[in-house]
Design a protein around this ligand. Sequence first.
Ligand code: ADP
Length: 207
Amino acid sequence: MAKQIATNITWHAGHVEREQRNELLKQRGATIWFTGLSACGKSTIAFTLEHALVEQRGHLSYVLDGDNIRHGLNKNLGFSPEDRNENIRRIGEVAKLFADAGVLTCTSFISPYRVDRDQARKIHEEAGLPFIEVFVKASVETCEQRDPKGLYKKARAGEIPEFTGVSAPYEEPLNAEIVLETEELSVEQSAQVVLNYLVEQGLLREA
Ligand code: ADP
């Protein structure tokens, strides 16, 4: 857990309620947290969902993508357990801000440790914001066959240390809201499963 370092700081509440933002956007802000092995399909499914929400349904959605965030906000972090922990802590906080702003926020990070994902869930729950954990499931063998960036190949050749599924652990979710069996579902079907869930949960109002 990150320690509070600054002192003499006070929370300044705004004049616009979350409910007003939700009313404006005709949706409830939420975090849709995709987790799973590298190449299991997190980003592909998250971007397909984002596109469906924006183009087909007229809703505001945005993907916080693992590699993209490591180009900016988290460019100073690597893949050691401590850095992975800090990576996910920051993403949890950013996703919470986006969700509070009213955005249907999709996060696409391996996020291999249960304790880190649970911490992201906790800060959302404490803030009264929906947190939907989506386990994008595929075996290491399947991911290794997909391997769109050739990372498993490099990892097997010993060129990438601490690679999840090969030389670093992945702790499967125990109570994910949604499990996507990507060896049985197409990308579009997986995105549709999540979209249906958002509708069922009453997060999308008709515009
Ligand atoms: P991650 O974000 O989990 O690292 P990516 O989305 O970058 O994974 O890559 C997954 C790759 O697997 C993509 O090239 C995608 O097209 C492919 N793929 C093949 N079948 C599926 C499926 N059923 N579901 C998700 N992705 C799939």
